[in-house]
Write a protein that binds this ligand. Structure first.
Ligand SMILES: [Fe+2]
Length: 303
């Protein structure tokens, strides 16, 4: 499936044959500077069509091969994940450039959902030494358990992009990834009748979502593959059976030997199919000056 695209280095990830590494060379980065300068971040936020212009600028540089490649990776059940790397040493690559590049990539895949936490089509946030928020997202020293995104919203969340914008004094905090088919006892868990029951999902205040949704943990797609929609913090189990099932699932995920622990370089993006890839984060080593800035975009596929 892996083809060649001029200006990109495309190879199998060293840790997993399910992940494709896509490295953007200097040549392409330099060619993006001019078209990307046409819009500032405010324009991208206020005028949604400009986001598609950036996407087209990027795809045109690849004879439209990039959009085909990334869509085929994300929709391939055996893969479903790619890591896009830029060279952060390139002085022209600043934070705004990374926002624009992430915008271009996501608009080659589909349409972002409104991110209620930020009120925009994307969210940027810091993880620091101190935190008084109400979810695990910004708790630097606690493991963020494997989960999928969008479990408590009404919209379809087909994919997630996470870009590491900047990092200072960070040790640990590696990204954890698990492909659902690599979960050792997936069959046992997904065969359990409770896994197909509707669970109630809510979210804490900071997420700015004021409704609850109901859906099962496991569903089957049209090809009979099992999909998962799960996060540890937000389901509201209604009885012991549901509680025990969630505990069992949580233990299975965290104890899986097939988790991929990877250090994402600054300036890189990881993009996953959110129906069968789970993601999380290892705790950071304590440092008062710790700072990591992330960008996330979540959305649905182009229909
Ligand atoms: Fe997440």
């Amino acid at each position: 499936m892996i083809e060649t695209i001029d200006g990109f280095e495309i190879k199998k990830n060293e840790q997993s044959s399910r992940i494709v590494n896509i490295d953007i060379t200097e040549g392409i980065l330099n060619k993006l500077i001019f078209p990307f300068n046409k819009f500032d971040i405010t324009a991208l936020e206020y005028k949604p069509f400009t986001r598609f212009t950036l996407a087209k600028n990027l795809d045109d540089l690849t004879q439209n091969k990039l959009s085909k490649l990334i869509n085929s990776i994300l929709k391939d059940r055996a893969k479903g994940c790619f890591i896009l790397k830029t060279n952060i040493q390139n002085k022209k690559i600043d934070k705004n450039f990374l926002v624009k590049l992430s915008t271009a990539i996501t608009h080659l895949i589909g349409v972002p959902n409104h991110d209620s936490m930020s009120g925009k089509y994307y969210a940027r946030f810091f993880i620091k030494h101190e935190d008084d928020s109400d979810s695990y997202l910004r708790k630097a020293y606690i493991n963020m358990d494997l989960h999928t995104d969008g479990t408590y919203v009404n919209e379809n969340t087909d994919w997630v992009l996470m870009t590491k914008i900047e990092e200072k004094n960070a040790k640990g905090g590696e990204t954890a990834l698990l492909h659902l088919d690599d979960l050792e006892n997936l069959k046992e868990l997904s065969d359990s009748p409770v896994s197909r029951q509707n669970f109630i999902w809510s979210s804490p205040k900071s997420k700015n979502v004021d409704y609850k949704v109901e859906h099962p943990v496991f569903t089957k797609d049209k090809n009979g593959n099992i999909n998962i929609s799960y996060i540890d913090q937000f389901p509201e189990p209604q009885n012991i059976e549901q509680g025990i099932f969630l505990q069992k699932l949580s233990d299975a995920l965290e104890e899986s030997d097939n988790k991929i622990i990877t250090d994402l370089p600054t300036g890189s993006s990881v993009v996953i199919n959110n129906h069968f890839w789970l993601h999380g984060r290892r705790p950071f080593k304590i440092n008062e000056n710790l700072s990591r800035e992330l960008l996330r975009v979540r959305g649905s596929f182009n229909s």
